[in-house]
Design a binder for this molecule. Structure first.
Ligand SMILES: Cc1ncc(COP(=O)(O)O)c(C=O)c1O
Length: 456
């Protein structure tokens, strides 16, 4: 009989101590950080669920590959290994390395978009939206209606609303829509997957109007595994075969390898268009570096080449998806409102439902994230009114799980802390902004608590 316990499919060879702090220390640190967890030093965090980006533990094979890294400025074999690895999964003609995902986004939007254009996406991530708007284009989110209801179950809640996309494209045509994007999995929408059927439908709409489809591929392996688990006709296919099929429907992609590349830094931009590729490489040289390294060291390219394939191993994906669901299911069973069903890389607390006494102007997501830190030294991130301003349709607190980093008992601890905070939720005060930057304000904002007795 196969064992029911899904174990971490690795053993630990190198350890990194983590430090416990007292509630009084955390209170002082948080105040000094302007009640913004981005501004708290990581030594003062016990369990860091701020992001799954760049926080993975690398494997022995990746460390070994790094030693093979060739640091030649031009034509390094590290680039050849990187490009071949990317092409064996993604299949695109041109592979342009960048230092991380947002550099790929900046280059893509600079080359493809102009003022007044519209870029539809299931949901733009914050850096994607900011880079799109920075060139004067409109970043338009078209998620399916179910995506806006946190408690609602849907196997592919990351899907794009193809009816709305069809109407938009019929109305505006390719002149105003230079590309359509699909973010897999949909990070801002709850880490939810996009089905192969949806990718196919979006592609068909794009093709009819001669508009290229680009995939924001950060969590492509997790998306492929959800398709295997949930979509008819895919249970016998490998995650790698499913990933290849997903990308065969697209004309290019942006990628932050800090997620499903299982590395601490790196990314890339791919396209099948020879002319665009040339323009993109010209821009790359201006700010990132020569096209065979793009702002990365040769050793980084080698680590990505290995990591992309490790992220598609089925035993890894089984453990990854199961351990995220474990956290979500245990807190949901006690009544904690989360985005359902659990996503691939993170659990999202629904802060509006968790703290119904706080109006949106008092940033319920920030208030909840700060309380998790005060209670148990856990760092999470608000994805809501502070991050997206008026575009926010939900106020979520994302608990992102770094890849291959924490064990079952760490997750048990996180469950315990969340349930403790749930018990005294009506005592949690809202927040008021005291400083904000003109864009991407959540990274540097300063806030302060507002007394619970202040009128709403
Ligand atoms: C969906 C998505 N797109 C783009 C990015 C940007 O990638 P990077 O942080 O490497 O610039 C992220 C990062 O979290 C993301 O989740």
């Amino acid at each position: 009989m196969p064992a029911r316990t899904i174990i971490e499919p690795f053993r630990i060879k190198s350890v990194e101590p983590i430090r416990t702090t007292t509630r009084t220390e955390r209170q002082q640190l948080l105040e000094a950080a302007g009640y913004n967890l981005f501004l708290v030093a990581s030594e003062a965090i016990l369990i860091d669920l701020l992001t799954d980006s760049g926080t993975a533990a690398m494997s022995t094979e990746q460390w070994a590959a790094m030693m093979r890294g060739d640091e030649s400025y031009a034509g390094s074999p590290s680039f050849t290994r990187f490009r071949d690895s990317v092409q064996s999964i993604f299949g695109f003609r041109h592979v342009i390395p960048t230092h991380q995902g947002r550099a790929a986004e900046r280059i893509l939007f600079n080359v493809m978009c102009k003022k007044g254009d519209i870029v539809p996406n299931n949901t733009h991530f914050d850096t994607t939206r900011a880079n799109c708007e920075f060139v004067g284009a409109q970043a338009l989110d078209l998620p399916i209606p179910e995506a806006k209801e946190p408690a609602k179950f849907h196997p592919f809640k990351g899907n794009m609303d193809t009816v709305k996309l069809g109407e938009l494209v019929d109305r505006e045509g390719h002149k105003r829509i230079p590309l359509v994007m699909l973010t897999i999995t949909n990070n801002s929408g709850g880490g939810q997957p996009v089905s192969m059927t949806n990718i196919r439908e979006v592609k068909a709409i794009c093709k009819k109007h001669n508009i290229p489809l680009y995939i924001d591929a950060c969590r492509f392996a997790e998306n492929a595994y959800f398709i295997k688990l949930r979509e008819a006709g895919y249970s016998d296919k490998t995650p790698a075969a499913i990933a290849r099929e997903m990308f065969s429907l697209a004309d290019g992609c942006t990628m932050s390898a800090k997620k499903d590349g299982l590395v601490n830094i790196g990314g890339f931009l791919c396209t099948n268009d020879d002319i665009l590729a040339q323009q993109e490489k010209d821009l790359l040289i201006l700010t990132e570096g020569f096209p065979t390294y793009g702002g990365l060291a040769g050793r980084d390219l080698d680590a990505i080449a290995v990591g992309l394939h490790e992220a598609l191993h089925e035993d890894y994906l089984k453990y990854r998806i199961a351990s995220t669901a474990f956290l979500g299911n245990h807190i949901a069973a006690e009544g904690v409102p989360i985005v359902q069903p659990p996503g691939g890389h993170a659990i999202y607390l629904d802060a509006r439902a968790f703290l119904p006494h706080l109006p949106l102007s008092k940033f319920p997501g920030v208030a909840l994230a700060n309380e998790l830190y005060l209670e148990g030294g856990i760092r999470s991130v608000e994805i809501g009114t502070l991050m997206f301003g008026e575009h926010a349709t939900m106020d979520l607190v994302r608990l992102a799980i770094p890849r291959r980093v924490y064990t079952q008992s760490h997750i048990d601890y996180v469950v315990e802390v969340i349930l403790e905070v749930w018990k005294h939720r009506d005592q949690i005060p809202g927040m008021r902004l005291t400083y904000e930057a003109p864009f991407l304000r959540h990274f540097t904002a300063h806030l302060e608590p507002v007394s619970l007795t202040v009128a709403r």
